[in-house]
Design a protein around this ligand. Structure first.
Ligand code: GRF
Length: 222
């Protein structure tokens, strides 16, 4: 039996995306993917409690000192095959991005390249979408490069913007989709179903995993 894919998750918030990964790869599926480290950007965030409850030792980025060497040694110690930024709000030092090129992914709560970039995080994203009058938003998983929300897009899933949506309602509907999309992409990476090849994402099959997304899924009707 091959070793499970070792995944390090970096988070800054309540950690519901982390939870979705932990829930997806338990029991029989823990043979495919194992979360070996959770890194929080500050103490007291929900993601750290979720990790501890799941038996994963969490660690917290110190607010003083050299973030690059601290992160480098944390990730090296975790022997991560894949690093997942699940709501990580700090800049990842360029040397770490380079060291994990093709092995570091991020989830963004909109359809990139629209509504991304510096300052576009959390509710600001959904406020901008609602303000713009766009009729569709969604979630994007992409490889991380040196520019915010810029790396090659791996997978996306659309979410309609409804007439009476405010940022909060839209955020909830997008978050439901994030919880399906992110574990699906992690599983696909573990299978070797896609990779970064000469700067482009190459899939060995259509990207959308039929078992994870049903066209009549509830998120279209909420
Ligand atoms: C998600 O919308 C994620 O896309 C974003 O921040 C939120 C994090 O939520 N960038 P959680 O911490 O996973 O609950």
């Amino acid at each position: 039996m091959p070793e499970p894919l070792s995944v390090a998750v970096m988070a800054s918030g309540s950690g519901t995306n982390l939870q979705a990964i932990l829930d997806r790869f338990t029991g029989r599926d823990s043979a495919r993917v194992e979360v070996t480290r959770v890194i929080g950007s500050r103490p007291g965030i929900g993601a750290l409690d979720r990790a501890a409850r799941h038996g994963v030792q969490p660690s917290v980025l110190p607010d003083v000192g050299d973030a690059e060497s601290w992160l480098g040694s944390e990730l090296a110690a975790s022997e991560a095959d894949l690093v997942v930024l699940a709501g990580w709000l700090k800049l990842v030092p360029a040397a770490i991005v380079r060291a994990y090129r093709g092995r570091m992914i991020n989830i963004h709560p909109a359809l990139l390249p629209a509504f991304g970039g510096p300052g576009m995080y959390g509710h600001r994203v959904h406020e901008a979408v609602v303000r713009s009058g766009a009729r569709i938003s969604g979630a994007t998983v992409h490889f991380v490069d040196e520019i915010y929300d810029h790396g090659e897009i791996i997978a996306q899933w659309p979410v309609p913007v409804l007439e009476d949506d405010d940022a909060e309602r839209l955020a909830g509907r997008v978050l439901d989709v994030e919880h399906r999309l992110l574990p699906a992409v992690v599983g696909a990476f573990a299978e070797g179903a896609f990779r970064l090849d000469a700067g482009h994402v190459r899939w060995t099959r259509p990207w959308f995993p039929g078992e994870a997304f049903e066209m009549n899924g509830t998120y279209f009707t909420q």
